[in-house]
Write a protein that binds this ligand. Sequence first.
Ligand code: HEM
Length: 527
Amino acid sequence: LTYGDLPIVRGAGGETHQRAEEGYDVLTTQQGMPVADDQNTLKQGARGPTLIEDAHFREKIFHFDHERIPERVVHARGYGAHGFFETYKPLPELTRADLFQRAGEKTPVFVRFSTVAGNKGSFDLARDVRGFAVKFYTQEGNWDLVGNNIPVFFIQDAIKFPDIIHSVKDEPDKAFPQAASAHDNFWDFISLTPESMHMIMWVMSDRAIPRSFRFMEGFGVHTFRLVNAKGKSSFVKFHWKPKLGMQSVVWNEAVKINGADPDFHRRDLWNAIKAGDFPEWELCLQTFDQKFADSFDFDVLDPTKLIPEELLPATPVGRLVLDRMPDNFFAETEQVAFMTQNIVPGIDFSNDPLLQGRNFSYLDTQLKRLGGPNFTHLPINAPKCPFHNFQQDGHMAFHNPVGRANYEPNSWGTHIGGPRETAAGFESFAEEAEGPKQRLRPESFADHYSQARQFFISQSLIEQRHIGDALVFELSKVEVPAIRERVVSHLLNIDEGLAQTVADGLGLAALPTAAPPAVTPRIDLPA
Ligand code: HEM
């Protein structure tokens, strides 16, 4: 029998069997045993009970039953692609990082774009923040730049991360809404967290919902450090700028697209890369020293603040090109494990308290999500440079120490004693640290409104109107009047016109009094 041009054999019950003709691999069990019949379980008699002896059936179903791993606790919905980063020119005066030492050097990368709040099956065009996570497989180890498409964050201290995420995800009793910010818990938390106001302006703005990943900016958010071979450190902010320019959709478009095609963003990336239309971004650096940092009223360690590019331009230092889709979504995009603590010699952290907390969180979450300490052995997570250490065993260990030595120092010579330290290895920047051990938010973090206002007034009139519309729409879903009013009381510290628009849109009888700012907002920042 043929069906089209496919050779098939009908079984006794009319079922389809396809035999491994020439050119086909033979179907086997996981143990490599060739399978004669994958259509029927082993039964006692043609119509009798299934036998537990059917090892092939049990292996197949057991494996299926274990297919799912926990979705990411945040950024569950994402889409990844392979590509390369090409360095424009050597930057030895700034950093000893190997990938920045040679013009034209191409470093392989894997990038995953994501939404934050929705679950794995949620729609692409939610009003949400987007993740922009890049794993650089450098010759001195993997560097993960785990950023977002918005340059600032909601909170200043990592201890608040579970709270903001709980508030934005579905409510524990209702189990909805699963991907929208429009509900009481989220706005309750926001209204009690004035530091979130700057980020709220971005999320409510026309910059929030990208037209596609290819038109999306990316930001490392935190202040990091670059360290050169002499040990001199510069502060740095990382920016990704799309070669296609930044483009978004407005809310009306997003609602329609989500209804028609919830996979709009991932389909766009797949189609573009498969068609050879490879998206590109430039990596741009804002670098500065302590004196420059001290010239601001805000603290460069505060992740709710950005450094205006009017004051410090972002210089392009290389380009990122995405040119290959994964062969398997699960193996690569789902199992990729980004971690902010993955840095390489020449790059270092700052004391941003959000970054410091992230550096703990990502390893912890990968252990849980990927099922044990050997997730770095998966091809998508393993370095592409040589790596040797004495870590051993555990579930699914692909790389174990070879030979007798599994500790150091040891007396065994070359080829037996295993790897040794190198003076050229990573050393943390020797930053001075002193002061009492305490839980205290520095006063330099206390101005929550100036940059929110700066963002708002930098928008065109139509964009400002869209921010007002978005706030009215989102807050109109909030049932508790006090929460609505509390948000408006913050808006009064950002822009009175905006506060009035939102109050009118929500039908508030009168404007509330402005929230007491910890620090008088500055009004003379550049627009
Ligand atoms: C995942 C960015 C803050 C914990 C992610 C991902 C991105 C990201 C892009 C997705 C990675 C991927 O595609 O696999 C950011 C940014 C932050 C931030 C830019 C602030 C500036 C935090 C904080 C914490 C945290 C403060 C905890 C203290 C996590 C966790 C995951 C995650 C647990 C899931 C990781 C996984 O299962 O693979 N984050 N994040 N993040 N983030 Fe963050």
